[in-house]
Design a protein around this ligand. Structure first.
Ligand code: SF4
Ligand code: SF4
Length: 321
């Protein structure tokens, strides 16, 4: 018998204290309210921080991915409210494309964020959890998923599965009103509050789409919804952000719902690093740096354009001079 075993035998048996039951506080109606100002400040901080000078993806901070062309809703303020403008289609990002993206980001040492949102409702992708895993197998710094919350309410395991797959944060849009908002708060009560937020973007049937777009400060999606003054100034967006479509195509920006500005290569054919600094995107950046909003997307866009991404803009424009 070893000394250690002798000592162990001679010690009195320890009685484990009974674990305390953790009380989950019941959320009060006012406990979680969406703060638009805070949201914008948070976005700005995230867009303007991190390794902006990454030589493989200079300036890039946010990659939005459109994983499906489907949505289960037709909100009045969305381009999807008119099927002639935006048709519902059963088209989905493949696991191979998601895996390519994750691998490329790991190889490029990207330290920004992926936003799973785009032009469709991500939860209509039948294999969304596998898709997230295909990315996080390679790269998992920060993945945010935005959803209308409908499927989360009917599939209780899905929230857990998404977090387990590597989702950093869920943004849940409440479109139906205060009662749904509170249901969503209650649904999310088991998860830490820094892992989710709920936005109140109610599709109020008593207001028309132009009223709601103005109230929520939505932009006109490059001319695809809402009227209003078109800006004619610089736009920093393609300096700090890119958009990858369901089929791997790079789209100019997340506001170009029609892909009217064309596409800028495909990440299944070339790497994002190659495409991000290639001439087609660089040429558009140069125009936007000169305040020229040209073409069928930028020429109709009413986004202010310079709220986020100053550091990326400064870095990439230094190459023009
Ligand atoms: S706003 Fe979102 S949930 Fe509503 S129709 Fe558009 S994509 Fe679907
Ligand atoms: S001007 Fe509008 S459409 Fe063009 S890149 Fe900027 S946000 Fe996108």
């Amino acid at each position: 018998m070893t000394l250690l075993a002798t000592q162990k035998q001679s010690q009195p048996k320890q009685v484990e204290p009974k674990p305390q039951r953790v009380q989950t506080p019941t959320p009060q109606p006012q406990q979680q309210t969406f703060d638009a100002e805070q949201h914008l400040a948070d976005r700005k901080a995230r867009a303007d921080s991190g390794w902006v000078e990454n030589p493989q993806l200079p300036g890039l901070r946010t990659i939005e991915i459109n994983i499906t062309e489907l949505c289960n809703r037709t909100c009045s303020f969305c381009p999807r409210s008119d099927p002639a403008v935006y048709a519902n289609q059963k088209l989905f990002m493949s696991k191979e494309t998601a895996s390519n993206l994750g691998r490329q980001l790991a190889e490029a040492k990207f330290d920004g964020e992926i936003h799973v949102t785009g032009f469709g409702e991500p939860m209509t992708h039948p294999r969304i959890v596998e898709l997230i895993k295909a990315i996080t197998f390679h790269w998992s710094d920060c993945i945010e998923v935005t959803t209308n919350g409908d499927r989360l309410e009917t599939d209780a395991r899905l929230i857990n599965d998404l977090y387990a797959a590597g989702v950093s944060r869920l943004t849940i849009d409440s479109y139906d009103g205060a009662e749904q908002y509170q249901r969503y708060v209650h649904m999310m009560r088991h998860w830490p509050e820094d892992r989710w937020r709920i936005r109140n973007h109610y599709d109020d049937p008593d207001k028309d789409s132009d009223q709601l777009i103005a109230e929520y400060n939505f932009n006109n999606r490059a001319g695809n919804s809402a009227k209003g003054e078109v800006y004619e100034n610089q736009c920093y967006l393609p300096f700090y952000k890119t958009m990858i479509d369901w089929n791997g195509n790079i789209v100019l920006c997340c506001n170009d719902w029609q892909r009217a500005a064309g596409t800028f290569g495909n990440i299944d054919m070339m790497t994002l690093s190659e495409l991000w600094t290639a001439d087609p995107l660089t040429n558009i950046r140069q125009q936007l740096a000169e305040g020229q909003r040209l073409g069928p997307a930028c020429g109709k866009c009413n986004i202010q354009g310079t709220k986020f991404g100053q550091a990326s803009f400064d870095l990439l424009t230094s190459e023009f001079v």
